[in-house]
Ligand binder design. Structure first.
Ligand code: SF4
Ligand code: ZN
Ligand code: ZN
Length: 318
């Protein structure tokens, strides 16, 4: 029996080896690697029934590696579905010296790919960018706590503005696992149980959010971007403070190197746990925020509360 040549791709047995995927025990050439990532995303989309052929998908594109890779993969996958439309939605948070470059990179790729691009800014929606907002805030919440809530609403509003039917975000396998564990470690059992690759409002009132990259490890998303020659923003946000998430990232990286495949088994276990725990958690009763109409479990959404809208008077204090 002839021995496989270790310097060749184990799939096509023809092109030079480019990447060793330890968790599957295969060595891939560049083109087999790209094809396998695209195939995995296609499988995730069909397994979770993320899209229908008539969807207009708002792709949240920050200008970072994951979102550009997502846009590129979705663009390739949707060429077979002429009725599916993609529009990139970029949020400009108003972070001086950081977001401008990312917005420019996102715009460039949208032009190259022939994808419409909608930019929504904190300033237009909330009246000020993140820098200005933080300057006048006294509470000791982190920038990311405000920003995350504002961004979510901004993406919803951008998607609504273009009449999208779905929102796709670029969370990869590592992100998903970090979020699962963060929810668990912070004791937020309901969020832990509700977290899913597809977040759907049972009453169909709010846009469904999907995560097509949720089964692709972060390092493969980066590598995919590299094989496609993607230029993405490398600078980190000056407010980046998510200490616990960063610690989890380091732990997961270490575990995956020592025990290839451990991320996937953790992901599968979490999906099973979620299914088991779901009947014990009351369904999320999302309603429209009395002030802005965005989804919220209470009367007023978090974003409105953060800018000072009070449930009693539904007014922004002067
Ligand atoms: Fe916003 Fe935090 Fe991300 Fe910076 S790191 S863009 S503040 S969520
Ligand atoms: Zn190959
Ligand atoms: Zn609101």
């Amino acid at each position: 029996m002839s021995q496989a040549n270790p310097s060749l791709c184990t799939v096509c047995n023809h092109h030079p080896a480019f990447y060793r995927r330890e968790y599957e025990g295969v060595t891939l050439c560049k083109s087999c690697f790209k094809a396998s990532v695209e195939r995995k995303v296609r499988r995730t989309i069909s397994h979770w029934k993320m899209f229908t052929p008539n969807d207009h998908v708002a792709v949240a594109v920050s200008g970072g590696k994951d979102s550009l890779a997502l846009l590129m993969i979705l663009k390739k996958l949707t060429t077979r579905f002429p009725r599916t439309r993609l529009t990139a939605v970029t949020v400009d948070e108003g972070i001086a010296g950081y977001r401008e470059e990312a917005v420019e990179i996102a715009s460039d790729y949208c032009r190259q790919l022939g994808v419409d691009h909608e930019i929504v800014s904190f300033k237009d929606i909330y009246g000020y960018g993140l820098d200005d907002f933080l300057r006048q805030k006294r509470e000791r919440m982190t920038a990311c706590s405000y920003c995350g809530v504002f961004r979510r609403k901004a993406i919803n509003l951008g998607a609504k503005k273009i009449s999208a039917t779905k929102i796709a975000t670029a969370h990869n396998l590592d992100d998903v696992l970090q979020t699962y564990l963060l929810n668990l470690l912070q004791g937020d059992v309901e969020r832990f149980v509700r977290f899913s690759p597809v977040l759907q409002d049972p009453r169909g009132q709010f846009l469904t959010r999907v995560k097509p990259l949720c089964e692709i490890p972060e390092r493969e998303v980066v590598l995919y971007g590299y094989t496609e020659g993607l230029r993405f923003q490398t600078a980190s946000c000056p407010y980046m403070t998510e200490a616990l998430r960063n610690e989890l990232r380091t732990i997961f990286n270490r575990l995956e190197i020592a025990h290839p495949g451990v991320l996937f088994s953790a992901y599968q276990a979490m999906l099973k746990l979620r299914k088991l725990a779901e009947p014990g958690v009351p369904p999320s009763n999302l309603q429209s925020c009395r002030s802005c109409g965005e989804p919220t479990p209470g009367l007023i959404c978090e974003a409105c509360r953060m800018v000072g809208v009070t449930p009693e008077r539904l007014e922004v204090p002067a």
